[in-house]
Write a protein that binds this ligand. Structure first.
Ligand SMILES: CC(C)(COP(=O)(O)OP(=O)(O)OC[C@H]1O[C@@H](n2cnc3c(N)ncnc32)[C@H](O)[C@@H]1OP(=O)(O)O)[C@@H](O)C(=O)NCCC(=O)NCCS
Length: 515
């Protein structure tokens, strides 16, 4: 039992500095002492033993009687042989006893000697608060694993089946057959667009890609503010500035159409911000978005200023589609929590960017590629992986909270990587096999397979994206998922405010005086 458990006895609550008087003292002098000490009672001691108690009520009686306080003696007016409690009495018992007797104070007496005083006020502070002697088994699920926290019609992930979907469609099938704009429309509007809807939606996106000039002017300072360029830090600062400049407001203060416009603008401008910041960090000027290029082709265009190879544009588009949404992942949950407070859409997206930046979520693809570099050649894979797993490290790009079988995104991206070709792809496939085998041996039963990040790195590298841009590229698609969830949360909101299982020392412990 933790230290705080003993708080429940009178000893921990009582005041030890008790005001005492003698039976032969005058009531006036006792009164003066009580006033000076700011207390409502005094214990009457004779030969160090408590023989009575004089309280405010007694003083009222004396005054009503018209007695002369200067001559009246304490012994005449005190309550003799007062009830008392021992210091080891449980707080609740002392509380009940005081209430039953109608007293406000109890002298605390051990072995006939006065050791303290306890008041109803002291006891009231603690008695109604139940002490949990045994906190029992934790009621929380660590990491909220498997806990349902909301209703959603955006999509879902089925870990054991290796399947995930956007609305009612298989997400990897969407990535095979549809454009990013179509999937975006599906998530925002609830259905895949027809031709006319597609044209209108694509034109709307193109019109919102530009960075407002007031924000553009600040980008060089944001991109070069730190000694090293940390792309997601720069992105959330730049995006936050844009939110201020455009004037996003609490979704509770705007209509649905304005909130949707905030979402469209956010998702449309994110790639422009990413590429502008990256180029500025390299000492280059940003490239304006190309009005006639698709979302994915424009993304690569803003990196180099050249219209990209269609195969490359399609590969990155498939990556972007496959990473747009993925159940209640940490960043999406973050966005929904922030939205549930009524905050503006910009706050939700800034929070989500922060959550995505961690290596356990979105920060892994460049690390997976760094691992391939470190392994060097296929024959060294087994030893390298073994050594790192045995050292307690995680192999980047492997394992998943939900998937306990092949991650369908990794399977699809492996196909995309194979289509692109190149020496890195064969090497990555060999390393994947080795990692899965070594993890099955060293971490039996954990069901660890390649996750989306492993082949994502290979695909992005193949189309010419620098490693610094891997996580930002993930952000550029996931922002569409985040904002879909913001729209959904705002449409049917309840504040998300869970509880936690407290397992520290049992409260309340009296706050000690400063030393
Ligand atoms: C994604 C991830 C955070 C999921 O974590 P999780 O659901 O909390 O699972 P845990 O971290 O509790 O892992 C369960 C067990 O598998 C092991 N494990 C999980 N992923 C592993 C990996 N990539 N390499 C080695 N061991 C791994 C853990 O060490 C743990 O072993 P233990 O039972 O001996 O303690 C985790 O797999 C990971 O850190 N992967 C590497 C980072 C990565 O690829 N991130 C991108 C995710 S899309």
């Amino acid at each position: 039992m933790a230290d705080g458990a003993k708080v429940r006895t009178v000893a921990d609550l009582m005041s030890k500095e008790v005001l005492t008087v003698a039976p032969t003292d005058t009531v006036a002098s006792a009164c003066a002492l009580m006033l000076e000490r700011g207390v409502g009672s005094t214990v009457v001691l004779h030969d160090d033993r408590p023989v009575g108690i004089l309280t405010e009520r007694d003083l009222v009686r004396i005054t009503a009687d018209g007695a002369d306080l200067a001559t009246a003696m304490v012994s005449q007016w005190m309550t003799a042989d007062p009830d008392s409690v021992p210091s080891n009495a449980p707080v609740n018992d002392a509380f009940v006893s005081l209430r039953q007797h109608g007293y406000r104070h109890f002298p605390v007496v051990d072995g006939g000697r006065l050791v303290g005083m306890v008041s109803l006020r002291d006891l009231l502070k603690l008695a109604p608060i139940l002490q949990i002697e045994d906190p029992g088994l934790p009621e929380s699920r660590r990491g909220l694993e498997g806990v349902m926290v909301a209703e959603t019609a955006v999509g879902d992930v089925r870990g054991t089946e290796g399947f995930y979907h956007y609305r009612q469609y298989n997400a990897t099938e969407l990535a095979e057959k549809r454009s990013m704009e179509d999937v975006w429309h599906l998530l925002y509007e609830g259905h895949l667009p027809d031709r006319a809807e597609r044209e209108a939606f694509t034109a709307e996106i193109a019109s919102l890609r530009q960075i407002p000039s007031a924000v553009k002017e600040l980008l060089p300072a944001i991109a070069n503010a730190g000694e090293t360029f940390v792309p997601l830090d720069a992105l959330r600062s730049a995006y936050s500035t844009l939110v201020t400049s455009v004037g996003f407001r609490s979704w509770m203060d705007i209509d649905r159409a304005t909130l949707r416009e905030n979402a469209m603008r956010t998702s449309a401008v994110m790639p422009t911000l990413i590429m502008a910041l990256y180029r500025l960090s390299q000492g280059k000027d940003p490239i304006d978005p190309h009005p006639d290029l698709s979302y994915a082709a424009n993304y690569l265009y803003m990196l180099t200023g050249e219209v990209p190879d269609p195969g490359h544009a399609r590969a990155i588009e498939q990556y972007l589609i496959s990473t747009t949404d993925h159940g209640f992942n940490s960043s999406t949950f973050t966005a929904r929590v922030i939205t549930s407070t009524g905050a503006d859409l910009g706050s939700a997206v800034v929070g989500a960017i922060g959550a995505l930046s961690g290596p356990l979520h979105g920060g892994a693809p460049s690390r997976a590629l760094d691992m391939l570099d470190a392994i060097g050649t296929p024959d060294q894979a087994d030893a390298w992986i073994r050594q790192h797993v045995l050292a307690g490290e995680k192999i980047m790009g492997f394992g998943h909270r939900i998937y306990k079988t092949d991650d369908p995104r990794s399977v699809m991206l492996r196909g995309v990587a194979e289509r692109l070709g190149g020496p890195m792809v064969d090497f990555a496939k060999q390393v994947e096999k080795t990692v899965v085998a070594v993890l099955a041996e060293l971490k039996p039963g954990r069901q660890l397979y390649a996750n989306v990040e492993f082949y994502a790195g290979v695909v992005m590298d193949n189309v010419g994206l620098p490693r610094t841009l891997f996580t930002p590229t993930f952000t550029s698609s996931r922002v569409i998922g985040w904002t879909s969830h913001v729209l959904e949360q705002a449409a049917d909101n309840r504040l998300i405010r869970p509880s936690a299982h407290y397992d520290g020392p049992p409260p309340p412990v009296p706050v000690p005086d400063p030393v």
